[in-house]
Design a protein around this ligand. Structure first.
Ligand SMILES: [Zn+2]
Length: 235
């Protein structure tokens, strides 16, 4: 996935300081938080605060291990690409909605401009002000909406493209996750089967031992009964 999008997401959700974390986590698994702190030149607490915020959004997850020497826990962090893409899509969708409503307004409503102050107001506000700018008392001019409309349309097209990209990336990541899940399930099934076999072996052995202890011979093929001597066939 494109790092650029992910970084802008982190900046929106946390802050600019958190952005370089993405470079440290992307393409890796279980990254030691002390390493992250060192690379970012932050204290471990500052680093953890950022990581906790990201984990609130599901962007990262952790495992923790006890440091046997020092007796405390160390957290190891992993980026959740799938969830990141989900969040990205949601954010882009919000942005898109805003732009589309702006575009609708531009197409349907009139706006007025004070050229001196470079302030633009909606028609309702202009009406309240009697079409005179309250700052400089200049009369408002009707805004030429066309440029704004063109800009908005450009931005909307760009956002839509980004969204398509994010959705297709999310699909790929989703499929990867499904595959991993399948592998996990299969592994678990094989393990269960192996355990069943082991148990069966153990039970078999126990039975054999029991038989040995009780002095009985292990079941062996029944000795052939001595057949009564066959009567001589009468000739
Ligand atoms: Zn003005």
């Amino acid at each position: 996935m494109q790092v650029k999008f992910l970084k802008s997401l982190v900046e929106t959700l946390v802050n600019k300081q958190a952005v370089p974390i993405i470079d440290l986590l992307i393409g890796k698994k279980h990254v030691n938080e002390f390493l992250i702190a060192k690379k970012l030149k932050l204290t471990i607490n500052q680093t953890r605060n950022i990581l906790y915020k990201l984990s609130d959004y599901g962007l990262v997850s952790f495992i923790r291990k006890k440091d046997k020497r020092k007796g405390w826990y160390i957290y190891f962090w992993t980026l959740n690409i799938y969830q990141s893409l989900n969040l990205l899509e949601q954010n882009l969708e919000k942005e898109l909605e805003q732009l589309e409503s702006q575009l609708k307004n531009r197409k349907e409503k009139r706006y007025y401009l004070c050229k001196t102050c470079s302030i633009e107001v909606a028609e309702e506000t202009a009406l309240i002000n009697d079409f005179v700018c309250p700052e400089c008392e200049q009369v408002y001019e009707l805004s030429q909406n066309q440029d704004t409309i063109t800009d908005l349309e450009k931005n909307i097209a760009k956002l839509k493209k980004e969204m398509e990209f994010v959705i297709s990336e999310r699909k790929i990541e989703g499929e990867k996750l499904e595959k991993k899940k399948d592998i996990k399930i299969k592994k678990a099934e094989t393990k269960k089967k192996e355990e069943r076999m082991k148990k069966r072996e153990i039970r078999k052995k126990e039975k054999m031992d029991e038989i040995k202890k009780s002095g009985k011979k292990a079941p062996s093929p029944k000795p052939a009964k001595s057949k009564p001597k066959s009567k001589k066939k009468k000739i």
